[in-house]
Write a protein that binds this ligand. Structure first.
Ligand code: ADP
Length: 162
């Protein structure tokens, strides 16, 4: 049986922290699906299609990773794709409370699906999509924080050029 992991998130936009998690989990699982959440409740800077395109561009060298868009409960998607694991990244302590709550809810409604948490690398510990948007808006240097192909599209959203 092939082991399939689903890595869900907003990815608005993808950062070096996300790329690192994807690279690491793609070595552990046979197949990894990066799942872009298309949530109506969350205001996003990039559309789901734009977010997917940016992720695909960064991951084109990894063969066992695909990117999909989904609206709804992650566990429904995981079941449909016959995956076994939801992967989430863990940064600071503040992530912990949210992740344990989500994991507990998912365990209750889908006991056969495991949530696995992967610690952020120290050098990416402080990187968040939100922080990157703030930097872009105010003309901060994004080098090394978001993938090179994300820099120009992110700056463009704020009327800036690299
Ligand atoms: P969400 O809005 O669902 O939290 P995000 O796109 O912000 O989606 O993050 C998706 C996942 O990636 C989450 O599990 C988050 O904790 C994790 N993540 C975000 N930034 C980093 C980072 N710098 N290093 C490791 N994991 C991260």
């Amino acid at each position: 049986m092939s082991r399939i992991a689903v890595y869900p998130g907003s990815f608005d936009p993808i950062t070096m922290g996300h790329v690192d998690i994807i690279q690491r989990i793609s070595k552990v699982f046979d197949h990894t699906i990066v799942l872009v959440a298309n949530s109506e409740n969350k205001q996003s800077l990039f559309t789901a299609e734009e977010r997917k395109a940016l992720i695909l561009e960064c991951l084109k060298d990894i063969k066992n990773v695909e990117v999909d868009i989904f609206e709804g409960l992650t566990v429904d998607y995981v079941r449909r794709r016959k995956a076994q694991v939801i992967v989430r990244g863990l940064r600071a302590v503040v992530d912990f409370e949210y992740e344990i709550t989500m994991s507990s809810i998912n365990q209750k409604i889908a006991p056969e699906i495991e949530t696995m948490l992967v610690f952020a690398r120290p050098e990416y510990y402080y990187i968040s999509s939100r922080g990157m948007k703030e930097l872009a808006k105010n003309g901060g240097d994004l080098k090394g924080l978001v993938p090179p192909s994300v820099v120009a599209p992110l700056l463009k959203k704020f009327g800036r050029t690299p």
